[in-house]
Design a binder for this molecule. Structure first.
Ligand SMILES: Cc1ncc(COP(=O)(O)O)c(C=O)c1O
Length: 362
């Protein structure tokens, strides 16, 4: 039979009526850039995450780039981030002309190890950029303490974690700025590229509103070199529909994850959810030293699975000469991780098929 890792056609079928109506509404309005859909979504996302301001941009990568720009991060400065992430996190630092400084992960959570952050701080450090990888929040309480003590900015890469929380505090409002991606595979997803930056600092929000629109401060008045990075009205209208169901969508993912963990704990290392943490399972990522053989076995059985990430960012060509401490846990994780199919529309039969396929290997 086979199970897809993600099934966006099934998702569209579920939302079809509402989405078709919303897209038709935008088309009929004749307003496609920076209209009421984007401004409404900005207010709705900010309110969901308990931040004061949302600024819609063209992608998660742009969200990170513009967030660092708004902090005036530039050449000669350093930003501390994990290497076990999608390359966009580090690219954003490089776009600003700053230097990414990679730190190792906690092998249980796959997130930045806060104990390794302090030793990476130098007089050039300007910001800490944790990633809430796979939908599990990074240890923000610990990181916030370090950032405060050392007077560093704290920027969340929340691309994979819409709706995740620590003790009822949602990701998106835990630092100075937070960056979301609405790429089609994400928990809150558009049908094209999109992203958003949240902040509770009005000065940063104003700067971002200008930066995303050619540095403008009024019609055809420009205060700096900015960017063309705007979320479009059609995507925003689609996102508003998904946002209204996001808790249910994330709950469906959590139910799949619980079923996997019940069946697979002890056979492979299953994802952890530290006390007080609310994981939204953008990915359900297991660990096993037999990863490569298991991957082949699952592919033969038609189970869609992926390795996120086979090569950590510090070993990728553009970043291999950047400064870092030891990356032992990151490099080990890259050899052992495997992400199983997970999305809100998996059927109980498909979940069982995945479980049986994994168990049959062992
Ligand atoms: C952790 C992380 N950061 C940043 C991004 C970049 O987002 P986008 O693809 O929307 O540019 C992604 C996703 O692609 C991601 O997973």
């Amino acid at each position: 039979m086979g199970v897809h890792q993600l099934d966006l056609a099934r998702e569209y079928g579920f939302f079809k009526e509402d989405i078709d109506r919303a897209v038709a509404r935008v088309l009929a309005s004749g307003r496609f850039i920076l209209g009421v859909e984007v401004s409404s979504l900005e207010v709705e996302v900010a309110s969901y995450c308990e931040a004061a301001f949302g600024v819609g941009v063209a992608s998660g990568t742009d969200a990170l780039h513009l967030a660092l720009k708004a902090l005036d991060i530039g050449p000669g400065q350093e930003v501390i981030l994990p290497s076990f992430t999608f390359i966009a996190t580090a690219e954003a630092v490089a776009y600003c002309g700053a230097t990414p400084v990679f730190v190792d992960i906690d092998p249980r959570t796959f997130n930045m190890d806060p104990n390794k952050v302090e030793e990476s701080i130098s007089p050039r450090t300007r910001a800490i950029l944790p990633v809430h990888l796979f939908g599990l929040p990074a240890p923000m309480e610990e990181l916030r303490e370090v950032a405060k003590a050392k007077e560093l900015a704290l920027v969340e890469d929340a691309a994979q974690a819409f709706g995740a929380a620590i003790k009822d505090e949602k990701v998106g409002s835990m630092g100075d700025l937070a960056c979301f991606s609405f790429f089609p595979t994400k928990n809150l997803n558009a049908y094209g590229d999109g992203g958003m930056i949240l902040t509770s600092r009005e000065d940063l929000a104003q700067r971002l509103i200008s930066l995303r629109n050619h540095g403008s401060k009024g019609r055809y008045l420009h205060q700096e070199i900015g960017f063309n990075s705007r979320l479009d009205e059609i995507q925003a209208a689609i996102l508003r529909i998904k946002l209204s169901k996001i808790d249910w969508l994330n709950q469906q993912r959590r139910a799949v994850a619980q079923a996997y963990s019940r069946a697979l704990a002890g056979v492979v290392e299953v994802p952890t959810e530290p006390p007080g943490y609310h994981h939204v399972y953008h990915q359900y990522t297991i660990r096993t030293p037999h990863r490569d053989a298991l991957l082949l076995h699952l592919k033969e059985k038609g189970i869609g699975c992926q390795v996120y990430y086979p090569v950590p960012v510090h070993l990728q060509e553009p970043f291999k000469d950047t400064p870092r401490g030891t990356m032992e846990e990151t490099e080990k994780a890259a050899q052992e991780v495997l992400s199983l199919p997970i999305h809100p529309f998996l059927t109980p039969g498909e979940v069982e098929e995945v479980i049986q396929a994994v168990l049959s290997f062992f």
